[in-house]
Write a protein that binds this ligand. Structure first.
Ligand SMILES: Nc1ncnc2c1ncn2[C@@H]1O[C@H](COP(=O)(O)OP(=O)(O)OP(=O)(O)O)[C@@H](O)[C@H]1O
Length: 249
């Protein structure tokens, strides 16, 4: 039997608004993300990537279909349970880092444990800090760190509770290409060496090539699946979506 995916969606639909102004952002998506894998989600602007990620992370409710985080059906959870699940079983990395400016790097990293009222697992914390190259930066505040270092702090923060899955939304969008490449290498190392699960939305084929798999979305539907992507294979996959996207509009 194959191991349970970290997160999966079946028949997922999302309609924003009603009647004439209704937008069908997702039109029936079936997709599973393996535990211990680094997957990128790509597709044209407006294809439904952010919507999919928000539904997978329990940040918004689907119009139809199901999301399962491990064995937990998110549809069966009330608001309080969903909040707890997001806090304890899901990690987030944003384009804009979202660190607390008055807190040190260490305080930013351990914040999710504080919010969950859980002790920090010091050995795991140490592993993360070493893998992410933050040992010498722990007493610095965000303003004293480079963009790449800030994003590495955000990655450590996302991983400190050992979540089932980390969702990264354009994690390199605010970084120059060298810092972006470094952050992506660190993310990949966290997946490979620490057996973490990362699902990343990106517009950048080079960023996507750091993942082990790229899931393509067009017009609210799954439109492709690339294993061991290269920037070239991702570009080819995206190019193939163009006519379909144009016809759909
Ligand atoms: N809150 C909302 N209300 C109404 N329509 C929305 C809302 N959020 C998204 N949409 C629409 O749903 C569709 C999918 O949007 P989504 O943000 O998921 O796409 P995306 O692929 O992430 O786009 P981008 O790459 O531009 O960020 C788009 O047509 C968008 O305009």
């Amino acid at each position: 039997m194959s191991p349970l995916p970290a997160v999966r969606a079946t028949g997922l639909t999302k309609i924003y608004g009603r009647g004439d102004v209704a937008v069908h952002a997702l039109r029936g998506v079936d997709v599973a993300f393996d535990a211990g894998a680094f997957t990128a989600i790509m597709g044209p602007s407006g294809s439904g990537k952010s919507t999919l990620m928000h539904l997978l992370a329990g940040l918004d409710e689907p119009s139809g279909g199901r999301v399962l985080l491990g064995e937990t059906d998110l549809g069966g959870l009330d608001d309080r349970r969903l909040t707890l699940l997001r806090r304890e079983r899901v990690g987030f990395v944003f384009q804009s880092f979202n660190l607390l400016p008055m807190n040190t790097a260490e305080q930013n990293i351990t914040l999710p444990c504080e919010l969950a009222g859980r002790p920090v697992d010091r050995s795991w914390f140490g592993t993360l800090v070493d893998i992410l190259g933050l040992r010498e930066r722990l007493t610095h505040r965000p303003a004293e760190l480079s963009g790449g270092q800030q994003q590495r702090v955000a990655i450590a923060r996302a991983l400190v509770t050992r979540p089932d899955v980390v969702f990264a939304d354009e994690p390199t969008g605010n970084l120059d290409s060298a810092a972006g490449a470094e952050v992506l290498s660190f993310l990949r190392t966290c997946v490979r060496e620490l057996d973490q699960t990362v699902v990343m939305v990106t517009h950048d084929p080079t960023a996507a090539s750091y993942a082990e798999r790229v899931v393509l979305i067009a017009d609210g539907r799954l439109a492709g699946d690339i294993t061991d992507p290269t920037p070239e294979s991702v570009l080819t996959g995206l190019d193939a979506l163009r006519p379909a996207a144009a016809v759909a509009r």
